[in-house]
Design a protein around this ligand. Structure first.
Ligand code: PRX
Length: 638
């Protein structure tokens, strides 16, 4: 039996049982066999969820880049590590072998050192999806600097908040970036941000779009000349297992963003292990995750997890719609991608387009399709399964969070039978629990509750940068001795989990708990519907009523909106029951979304509550302009 690579269902159950009965032996065996350590640990695990304090592989010494790069050199030196596909399909693909990656990371690491960066310093990385992004993460890790990547689509205010929160000494950026047929002036955004960030001493600037930018004397330095001068040899720093590897910000339901801190050894072991199993990666496969490295999905499943397994990982600079909506599928065909990992929001956007964008493209290389970031609705699941996977490639609906570091609940492809909209079974080492309102665990199947995790796993975030109390309050105070995820879930008759959405999105209508995700799922079944979001608003009799914001597909045909409203409520009645019918339906041009594609229900809720005086900061939205149009229409009493 292999603990590391699970190949059939019986084996999954055996491995899972072992991971629960003897978690320390389980993880220790994986850690010994599959990674390179400079010194072994003294203790596999010590934990206390009340403090909270969690330590994995305490006393061990290592460097994650030894594991992601150096150890592959003898056997995989000429294998492509990073396959860079540029925004413009006419620009050539770049294949960076493990040997070249080693050289480039070492040079970059030496530049960081020459610029005064030392172990433990924080470095902010604000770089688009070009190879320098992945390389800069690895260069920081090589010398023990803590990277804090900020998605290069955030505004200068958002960037400044993050730089200041973790006291970054350096910012790595780019002159500008390409996004479809647009360019973005990244350096200008950094310049604005830095007006409020006195702690930043150096800005390293990579060249991408060759725009004419301002360089501030003494602070700003072009990266390439420094790299040209740097040595290709940089001994990796020896790190403790619990030394921070990176900080990554995630928004909380209130307050400023939370800088989740991930540490070295546990994060490495878990992301590598989960990558291998969630994608059934085999030696010569080409794996592609469409996320941006600015998010946790990119950290764990573009950079660290794949490279720790010696994989070939695709980095795509562009967007799914440029030059046209066939771009993703063209890339799959061109590079014979085997595993493809994307988000439901992308699937829905692509599903709105004509199938002509897929016909005549050879997608036969695909073996595994992944989904992450939000519940995947049934219609999108089937579209993905029918048109992309051709009903042959299992869809792995993977549930996890920035805080969890790695995939937590997810089918193992070709091992776990899938079920639309279900993330199915927990990964080995993950012990979910469903809790009721009174803080009691709900045992058995066919139940629903609040999703918690009752035992530590190696890649869990260890704290919030500079605010351990907030870490405790947010994740460990709702339920005693449990990590609280903030999500609701149900467990079906065979023990499969379905994530029903954030608990704060649960709406109680006439005393009934209704998750927004299943209602949206039902609505999205209507052939005219592209996307929907449900929020609650106060109602005299029911306590709360449901307000649906619905975007219709743009098919060019005219529609009777009242009929569509009736049909939508009919579908909801059929799928869930009359209790879930919508009291208000507003058709919208789009839904306000975060840069990572999540619908901002907070804003929609405020509009539904007719409370638009304080919508909070909408500047970081992907599409801030839709907010005003939704407000205007809402108050025309549609
Ligand atoms: O509500 C869950 C939802 O996304 C949240 C985590 O968001 P973030 O930290 O941005 O990480 C996203 C990428 C890992 C979760 O609390 N979520 C994530 N994946 C799923 C999901 N909801 C349902 N199904 C999923 N597969």
């Amino acid at each position: 039996m292999s603990n590391y690579h699970i190949k059939h269902l019986e084996e999954y159950y055996q491995v899972y049982r072992k991971s629960v009965r003897e978690p320390e032996t389980f993880w220790e065996e994986i850690a010994i066999e599959h990674f390179m350590w400079r010194k072994k640990w003294d203790k596999v695990l010590s934990w206390n969820f009340s403090k909270p304090e969690i330590k994995w592989f305490e006393g061990a010494k290592l460097n994650i880049t030894d594991n992601c790069i150096d150890r592959h050199l003898p056997t995989r030196g000429d294998k492509t590590a990073i396959l860079f596909e540029p925004n413009d399909p006419n620009e050539p693909t770049e294949h960076i072998t493990y040997k070249q990656l080693h050289e480039r990371v070492n040079k970059f690491a030496n530049v960081l050192k020459e610029q005064g960066i030392k172990k433990g310093d924080r470095v902010c990385i604000y770089v688009p999806m070009i190879p320098e992004l992945a390389i800069s993460l690895l260069a920081c890790a090589r010398i023990g600097a803590i990277h804090s990547v900020v998605f290069a689509g955030f505004s200068s205010t958002a960037l400044a908040t993050r730089i200041n929160d973790s006291d970054c000494k350096m910012v790595i950026t780019c002159d500008g970036s390409y996004r479809g047929n647009k360019t973005i002036d990244l350096k200008g955004i950094v310049d604005n941000a830095l007006e409020d960030c006195s702690g930043v001493e150096t800005v390293l600037v990579a060249k991408r779009i060759h725009s004419d930018i301002q360089m501030k004397e003494g602070r700003d330095k072009w990266l390439q000349p420094l790299l040209d001068e740097a040595s290709t040899c940089c001994e990796a720093e020896t790190m403790d297992s619990e030394d921070p590897l990176f900080i990554l910000y995630t928004s909380g339901s209130t307050g400023k963003p939370k800088g989740m801190v991930h540490t070295t050894a546990g994060y490495m072991v878990y992301t590598a292990y989960s990558f291998k199993n969630a994608f059934q990666y085999r030696e010569n496969d080409v794996y592609w995750c469409t996320a941006d490295i600015g998010w946790i999905t990119g950290h764990s499943y573009i950079v660290y997890g794949p490279l720790a397994n010696g994989a070939t990982t695709v980095m795509f600079e562009g967007v799914p719609s440029y030059p046209d909506f066939s771009r993703f599928w063209q890339i799959v065909e061109k590079h014979k991608v085997n595993q493809f990992y994307t988000a439901p929001t992308a699937i829905r956007a692509l599903a709105k387009q004509s199938l002509d964008f897929i016909d005549n493209i050879d997608l036969s290389s695909l073996t595994v399709l992944g989904s992450v970031g939000e519940p995947i609705n049934e219609e999108a699941w089937h579209w993905y399964n029918d048109n992309i996977g051709k009903r042959k490639s299992p869809i792995i609906d993977s549930w996890w969070q920035t805080e969890t570091g790695g995939i937590m609940i997810c089918p193992i492809p070709y091992v776990t039978p899938t079920k639309p909209t279900y993330a199915t079974l927990p990964f080995p080492g993950i012990q979910p629990a469903l809790m009721d309102e009174n803080g009691e665990e709900i045992k058995g199947n066919q139940v629903d509750g609040r999703l918690c995790i009752k035992f530590p796993w190696p890649s869990m975030a260890r704290t919030i940068w500079g605010n351990h109390q907030r870490y405790k309050d947010t994740y460990f105070s709702a339920y005693k001795d449990m990590y609280f995820t903030g999500d609701g879930a149900l467990r079906d008759e065979v023990g499969y989990y379905r994530i029903t959405g954030r608990v704060d999105d649960v709406i109680i209508v006439s005393g009934h708990n209704l998750g927004t995700a299943p209602i949206e799922d039902a609505i999205n079944e209507h052939p005219a519907v592209a996307e929907s979001a449900i929020v609650g608003y106060p109602h005299d009799v029911k306590g709360n009523a449901l307000y649906g914001y619905i975007t219709l597909k743009d098919t060019g045909e005219s529609r009777n909106q009242d009929n569509v409203r009736k049909e939508i409520n009919q579908i909801i009645t059929e799928h869930i029951g009359p209790i879930a019918k919508l009291d208000k339906i507003q058709f919208t041009e789009g839904l306000p979304k975060t840069r990572s594609g999540k619908i901002m229900r907070r804003i929609l809720r405020k509009i539904a509550h007719k409370d638009t005086s304080n919508l909070g900061d909408t500047s970081t939205l992907l599409n801030p302009e839709v907010v005003q149009s939704i407000i205007d229409d809402a108050y025309n009493d549609k």
